[in-house]
Ligand binder design. Structure first.
Ligand SMILES: [Mn+2]
Length: 288
């Protein structure tokens, strides 16, 4: 398994300059840097190409992640919104192709975070979402891109909330380049068993986000990492494992993730780096 981290551990806004993070995460021991799809969408072509070249120079694999904003909800019954969402995702995939990024995950089948002041029409949204994901998958296939659909907790989305629902959704989409994405933070809320949940995704798991129950780096909390590793090995998973820690307050990232207290133990820049490097070693040991 390859181990990575999301760039937003160090950032307050989603559309940051990803370039400096490639050498940084390489220096900290990672194999993968995950960047935001939203930041990619508006990146000039030359910059996308340069990003890919920089990643190659450091032997870093790039992956992308996004929770689609409401105006790009591909599960919307408003056909204009749905078409805009599909066009936006295609634009992101064009940039991914330039940067040689072959994997994008997250809430790319609906929107995030869900607005619960509106009525929930799960069955209708599910049907529309499946149609949209099929169209995105067929476009992604021409660029050798895999889509990984992240199952998140009930407070953030409703289309699927656990491994079982996510796997059934992916089976119903029925495209080879569409996979399930799990996240230990969300699993801690929704699953009876980490082990059983991972086994549920056998043959369908494409990406795995890791983080403690309070979104600290893996190894600092109480989640059962050995149990998760045992299950991943049992299903023969040899894909990407990316930590997604959020420990600092402020900005659009802090507000979207609801970080209302400091979870870094008031770490300075050097301590943040040391903490995540230690977690990288921990993940390589536990998942290796
Ligand atoms: Mn996640």
């Amino acid at each position: 398994m390859k181990i990575g981290t999301y760039f937003a551990y160090w950032e307050k806004e989603w559309d940051a300059d990803f370039f400096p993070y490639i050498s940084k995460v390489a220096g900290l021991g990672f194999d993968i840097l995950e960047i935001s799809g939203g930041g990619l969408a508006d990146l000039p072509d030359e910059k996308a190409i340069a990003l890919g070249q920089e990643a190659k120079r450091y032997g870093i694999m790039l992956t992308a992640c996004i929770g689609l904003p409401k105006q790009y909800d591909v599960s919307s019954c408003d056909e204009n919104v749905r078409r805009n969402g599909i066009a936006y995702m295609k634009r992101i995939m064009d940039k991914m192709d330039l940067a040689d990024i072959r994997q994008i995950g997250g809430i790319i089948y609906a929107y995030w975070p869900v607005d619960y002041s509106l009525p929930v029409e799960k069955e209708t949204a599910r049907k529309i979402s499946i149609e949209s994901v099929r169209e995105l998958a067929d476009y992604a296939k021409t660029k050798k891109i895999t889509l990984t659909l992240e199952t998140v907790n009930r407070f953030e989305q409703y289309l699927f909330n656990d491994a079982k629902e996510a796997t059934q959704f992916v089976k119903d989409v029925d495209r080879e380049n569409v996979k399930v994405m799990l996240d230990s933070f969300h699993m801690n809320i929704e699953e009876d068993s980490f082990y059983d949940a991972i086994l549920e995704t056998r043959g369908y798991l494409g990406h795995f986000h890791v983080g403690e129950a309070n979104r600290k780096v893996p190894g600092k909390g109480r989640l059962p990492w050995k149990e998760m590793s045992r299950a991943l090995h049992e299903i023969g998973y040899d894909g990407t494992v990316v930590m997604e820690p959020f420990v600092c307050m402020g900005g659009g990232v802090g507000a979207d993730i609801k970080v209302w207290r400091d979870l870094s133990d008031h770490a300075d820049a050097a301590k943040l780096d040391a903490d995540i490097a230690e977690s990288c070693r921990f993940c390589k040991e536990v998942f290796g």
